[in-house]
Design a protein around this ligand. Structure first.
Ligand SMILES: *[C@@H]1O[C@H](CO)[C@@H](O)[C@H](O)[C@H]1NC(C)=O
Length: 204
């Protein structure tokens, strides 16, 4: 639903020239406004370069034991980027893949992907992870500047889907990836920068 919304909304958005722009998700139904709420947690995933900041917070409005995790990525690119949650046994990578192309909105995407890992490694290529059967991410908003993209998304900590990694109250290995471009000859452009960091998303 959100992909379709993005593709329909994007051409309208592109007509407006000013930057940055914010794209609203009209499907939002939570009692809290996920778009405007302040996210009280932050980590710079790219410790040296400062190219990938993650802000997040938890919303327990709908379920006291399974919060919605609201995540906002600020990435120093206008190309595609990705965030990976890693299972505790390091056998499954659960990815969010996002891109917003202001010049060609049909190039944009917003995807839930997965990859079988071997001790935390695998699929470290642009086209490596496979699409999930179900997209469990909700797109909240996109802001794009001259040299960065800011994307806010949400999903349940435990989506109940086999191709997703449940976010639990313990340190989790988070992977981050970005590229300067989006598409080239029908393939995603190669990864320009990536890394891994252990992050506690839900306090223990
Ligand atoms: C973030 O902190 C503010 C100020 O303490 C608080 O009002 C707000 O509820 C917090 N946000 C969340 C999602 O808990």
């Amino acid at each position: 639903m959100s992909i379709r919304f993005l593709l329909i909304a994007a051409p309208i958005l592109a007509i407006c020239a000013a930057h940055p722009h914010r794209l609203k998700d009209v499907h939002q139904r939570s009692s809290r406004d996920l778009e405007t709420m302040i996210l009280n947690n932050t980590v710079e995933l790219d410790k040296q370069g400062g190219t990938f900041r993650l802000d997040w917070d938890l919303v327990y409005d709908q379920d006291a034991t399974n919060p919605q995790v609201v995540l906002e990525m600020r990435v120093a690119t206008r190309g595609w980027f990705s965030l990976r949650f890693t299972s505790a046994d390091l056998s499954l990578g659960d990815y969010f893949y996002g891109a917003y192309d202001a010049d060609r909105p049909s190039n944009s995407f917003f995807l839930d992907k997965h990859c079988e890992l071997n001790n935390g490694r695998g699929c470290e290529t642009a086209d490596g992870p496979k699409d999930d059967l179900r997209n469990d991410f909700q797109l909240i908003s996109i802001v794009f500047g001259q040299d960065y993209t800011l994307m806010r998304i949400a999903r349940l900590a435990d989506t109940g889907h086999l191709q997703d990694v449940a976010i639990t109250p313990s340190p989790m290995m988070i992977g981050w990836f970005w590229s300067a471009g989006i598409w080239e000859s029908g393939q995603l452009t190669p990864i320009d920068k990536m890394g891994f960091q252990d992050v506690v998303l839900i306090p223990e």
